[in-house]
Structure formats: structure tokens, C-alpha cells
Design a protein around this ligand. Sequence first.
Ligand code: ATP
Length: 328
Amino acid sequence: MIDKMKKIAVLTSGGDAPGMNAAIRSVVRTCAYYKIDCVGVYRGYDGLLDADFVALDARSVRGVINKGGTFLKSARCKRFMTPEGRKIAYDNLTKAGIDGIVLIGGDGTFTGGLVFNSEYGFPVMGIPGTIDNDINGTDRTLGYDTALNTAVEAIDKIRDTAHSHDRLFFVEVMGRDVGHIAINAGIGAGAEEILVPEEDMGIDRLVESLERSKKSGKTSSIVVVAEGDKIGKSVFELKDYVDENLEEYDVRVSVLGHMQRGGSPTCYDRVLASRMGVKAVESLMEGKSNYMVGTIHDKMSLTPLEEAIKGKTKLNKELIRVSDIMTT
Ligand code: ATP
């Protein structure tokens, strides 16, 4: 270990995700373990520009591991996207004697960190905190497991009412570019159909499939739709189409929305956050920068931020096959 890191900052940026608090806690406790000062930055990059810092010690993060959201708050910061804004951020970091920073967020946050590092050589380390699981270089992002469980629990409840009233429900889950939440929550909740952005099954095939399941004796159905699904312009448009073309169904829509971002993190996310925080601080101590910590086949890994932000993770095709078989 190199002894250069005397003070490390941590911030949460972009969309919040369950497990961010647990990750902050881990960064703070790891710093305390190695006798490094730790500083929390409020409201993502906004806090860097406003020098909105708070000293954090091991006791400051008691009682946060089980809390959703992020006590440091998160924000999207337009000013950091300008060279002038980043200069102010750099000056504030230097004035506060900070030697490196842990960025907890998604690909936008990492892009900002990379630009910042290229201009000032300031050491940055990323922790992937986003419910979408769409970042290269890690089996799972922080918050994904919790979001999945939230979605499954909600769909189970919707199924109860769908069954009681013989209804067809379209349930929209998060996932603008990738269908990880939709395919997993759909299989986990026993959905009849799962619509993901990666596959366009076509609306007529969907109608045919729903007709078939009606004929096979199903009285209620759940179709899980990722918000980025390409068949309809929106889940409401899908509903209208099916309403018109399948009279025998009483169709409803439920958009799960932001509830998927909140809630107490699952044990998986808490453990993942704890591991990532340790790895992030230790990597900065080793003189590394511009990496994202992650797990690959459950082993801690470092992926260059440049690769992490390239493209989106691919949907596991095996899951699509499993879902097809399960919906027979
Ligand atoms: P999520 O996946 O939840 O949307 P994210 O980290 O991708 O999270 P963004 O809003 O895309 O969220 O990015 C967070 C912040 O990172 C932005 O508000 C901005 O301050 C900074 N950022 C993003 N892209 C750049 C860039 N090209 N240059 C400088 N800063 C950037």
C-alpha cells in the first residue's frame, strides 16, 4: 500500500439506488480502519462545486446500512459538465486537502469522473450504484437485487387482484435500455409474457400469445413490460391495443415507477456494498485511479472506467428461453 492517501472523499450521484448508504458506510469505515480521514460530499457533483463537505468517522455511519436512498443525497449537476465548473470542484477539493474520491453512481457519474481526472489527474474510483444493472465490468450493480425483489413483491400483489377479477395486467418495471429487471422479475413472479427492449416480439404475436393462454384456461394474466420496451410507445398504448383486439380480457395497467428505487437494501446489496467500499478505498491507497470496482464471478474486480461506461450489459439469452418455456 502507498501511504499517499491521507484524506478521501465520497459522493453519491445520478439516480439513487438501495445500498448507496451501505457503500458510503463501507468507504467511511475502511478509511477509519486505515486511519485515513474521510469526507462526505453532499448532493453529488453539486456538493463538490459548493464545497458542501462533512467530516465522517466510523460512528457517523451507524444505523445506515439498512436504509434506502443516500444520506449524502444525490443530484444531477449541469455545472460539472463545464470546464469552469470542474475547475471550481478541483479548487475546493485541493483546498480541503482531499487526495482521492470515491464516486458512487452510474455511467454518467463515471464519465464525469473520467473527464475530471483527464483534466486534473485527480484520483477517482467508481462504485456502480444503479438499479438497472446495466454497467459493464460487474456481475451486479448496487441496488439491482433490492429493486428486483421489490418488483417481484409488487407483481405478486398485483396478481392477487388480477386473479380475483379475471384481469390482464400490464406491469411496467424500470429498464429504459436493458431488460434485466423485467426478465428476472417476470420469471420470478411467474408472468405470462415479458417484454424487454432487447427483443421486439411484435404486438400481434403478443396478442396471439394472450389469446392462446386464454384458450388454455387462464383467466388472469400478468405481462411484465420494461419501460424501454419497443412494441408500443408506452404501456398505456399496449393496453389500448389489447383492449381493442382482445375483447375477452379486462385490461389494466400498473406502473411500478420510483418505488423500485427505494426501500431497505437486501442482504445481497448490503454485502456487495460493503465489499465494494473496501475495494475502492484499498485501490486508491494502492495508487490506482480511473477504475470501477465490481464483482466478476463473485470475485472482486477492477474495470477501467472507460470500459465500464462503454455500451450496456447484455441480457442473458438463456433467461429469455427459460421464460418462453415457463409461459407454455
Ligand atoms: P443513472 O444511471 O442512475 O442515471 P448516472 O450516474 O448515469 O446515474 P447521470 O445523471 O447521467 O447519472 O450523471 C450524473 C452526473 O454526472 C451528471 O449530473 C453530471 O454532473 C455528471 N456527468 C455526466 N456526464 C458528464 C460529462 N460528460 N462530463 C462531465 N460530467 C458529467
